[in-house]
Design a binder for this molecule. Structure first.
Ligand SMILES: [Zn+2]
Length: 127
């Protein structure tokens, strides 16, 4: 691998839906993407590709993104409720830790359907 030119140099722009090399709307960096990227850099398998959503896939992207957003809200709510119940029942520090773990676990479950946000204009702002 003789590709040690410049870490800041960006690679190809790849559509996250069709996986093709296309121009499109850049995907927003979030905690998940930054984490995966830094992991890949540590492992030396970083491609430095720019993740985008191409025009053809924008509808699919919006669908997946809003499905994911709904899911993570649902799971967070379930996790919070279960965690609260747990906390009330146990009334201890251990219970608090378990409650937090539960919420994190639910959030992790929602990540299975993870889909990043992009710079595509969204119809509704999440406020
Ligand atoms: Zn595409």
């Amino acid at each position: 691998m003789a590709k040690t030119k410049n870490q800041a140099k960006k690679g190809k722009s790849i559509c996250i839906i069709c996986q093709k090399e296309k121009k499109g709307y850049p995907v927003r960096d979030d905690l998940f993407i930054t984490t995966v990227r830094s992991l890949k850099q540590k492992l030396g398998i970083a491609t430095n590709n720019v993740l985008v959503v191409c025009n053809d896939c924008s509808t699919e992207h919006k669908k997946r993104r809003s499905a994911f957003e709904k899911k993570i809200l649902q799971y967070a709510a379930i996790g919070a409720v279960l965690g609260l119940i747990f906390l009330v029942i146990s009334r201890s520090l251990q219970g608090l830790v378990m409650a937090i773990l539960l919420v994190l676990f639910m959030a992790a479950l929602a990540l299975v359907q993870y889909h990043p946000a992009s710079e595509i204009k969204e119809e509704k702002k999440s406020e």
